[in-house]
Design a protein around this ligand. Structure first.
Ligand SMILES: Nc1ncnc2c1ncn2[C@@H]1O[C@H](COP(=O)(O)OP(=O)(O)O)[C@@H](O)[C@H]1O
Ligand SMILES: [Mg+2]
Length: 372
């Protein structure tokens, strides 16, 4: 996948420009609060995902303006393509290759990227929600139909939770739980099976990356942990049975709590380094290496499954890594199109952009670098 051009109009503080990145490493440098991360965020939006900064659509529009229009030209599936977004009234509308799309979900998987920022340390340090978000985000790009399954699961879960809250006041409603449990188990099992399949591909890759980063001194172990009694070797019907049984068994607990205590919305990835839980016992350096390995594995898995490498977005991460890990990262990413933001330009790159108060200028082009 190659991003050939990026145009932004009324996007955050960025001035209306078209930039033409290089197929290799693109460095985006500038002082703080100039608009570097805004560029990466803008590129990321074309994956169909939500802003990695958690921004709402309206916050993306330049202050005082009513809309924002952003557009990319990219090369994928052996042809030139375009994707354009109109952001207005809290909504993002997509036009793919000049065809307007009704739903954003219709463009997921067309333009693929992996983003890595210092915030991603939360993948190890924070709760299970972060790690579920990691699997779900990665899987949606590989298999867009997974997003549909998860959305359906969410909807059923919300209905069931609403019902659980009503039951104490209207006991006769309890009988209707059966229907929701069946439906939740069916969607949940389909999603869990996809997550297991994905993790089986990711785990050996992440293991190898961590081995490389630690110079073979440490071992990274990952395990997808289901809280409803499901195990990795189960078939979809077996997962469904396990989830259904778990929901049934916990009905009275769930009514008491007012929400659903079992299901794929409570699962987790266990991350161990040398046999110890990295969240509780990992040093800062080990945690950083683990995130790096996970992110590299995400990119490699996505590339393998899609048959082309995703775009890599590195937001302020290089300065957080020591020189040997920086070096490792850049070596692993060679051959991919990479965007790196930083304050001081320290990396040799094909293209260097400087951002000054929202104005983006290409200040250096090294055409011959890739031939070395
Ligand atoms: N909707 C918006 N309209 C105009 N400016 C914005 C908007 N959202 C953020 N900004 C500005 O963008 C700048 C931050 O950009 P950012 O990309 O985070 O900077 P950095 O170069 O440090 O990565 C700030 O100056 C902020 O005021
Ligand atoms: Mg920034």
């Amino acid at each position: 996948m190659i991003l050939k051009s990026l145009e932004f109009e009324n996007y955050r503080n960025l001035l209306h420009t078209v930039i033409n990145p290089d197929e290799g490493i693109n460095v985006i440098c500038g002082e703080n609060a100039q608009g570097k991360t805004n560029i990466l965020e803008c590129i990321w939006l074309f994956t169909g995902g939500r802003s990695f900064r958690g921004a709402k659509e309206n916050e993306l529009i330049r202050f005082g303006e009513k809309y924002s229009r952003i557009k990319i030209e990219f090369f994928s599936e052996e042809r030139d393509q375009t994707l354009e977004f109109m952001i207005q009234n809290g909504k993002r509308k997509a036009v793919l290759n000049d065809v307007p799309k009704q739903y954003l979900s219709q463009i997921i998987g067309k333009f693929c990227a992996v983003v890595f920022s210092p915030n991603h340390l939360s993948l190890i340090k924070d709760g299970p929600e972060e790690r579920r978000g990691f699997i779900d985000g990665a899987l949606c790009q590989i298999k867009p139909s997974y997003a549909v399954t998860v959305t359906r699961y969410r909807r059923i879960l919300n209905e069931r939770n609403a019902l659980l809250k009503d039951i104490p006041r209207q006991r006769e409603l309890e009988d209707t739980l059966e229907v929701w449990d069946r439906r939740l188990a069916s969607e949940g099992a389909a999603a869990a099976a996809e997550r297991i399949k994905y993790m089986n591909k990711l785990i050996p890759t992440a293991f190898a990356f961590y081995d490389g980063i630690s110079g073979g001194r440490e071992k990274l172990e990952l395990q997808y942990k289901m809280n409803f009694g499901g195990t990795e070797d189960m078939s979809v019907p077996e997962l469904e049975e396990a989830l259904y049984n778990s929901l049934r068994k916990r009905r009275s607990d769930d009514i008491y709590c007012g929400y659903t205590t079992a299901g794929i919305h409570r699962d987790d990835i266990i991350v161990r380094i040398n046999g110890k839980d990295s969240r509780a016992y990992g040093s800062q350096g080990q945690q950083r290496s683990a995130v790096l390995a996970l992110k590299l594995a995400e990119a490699a898995t996505l590339g393998r499954e899609k048959g082309e490498s995703p775009i890599i977005l590195l937001d302020d991460v290089l300065s957080e890594l020591d020189p040997s890990r920086q070096d490792y990262l850049l070596r692993r990413l060679s051959g991919m199109q990479v965007f790196i933001t930083c304050c001081e330009q320290t990396v040799r790159a094909e293209n260097v952009f400087r951002v000054t108060d929202g104005a983006v200028a290409c200040i250096e082009k090294n055409e011959d670098l890739s031939d070395e």
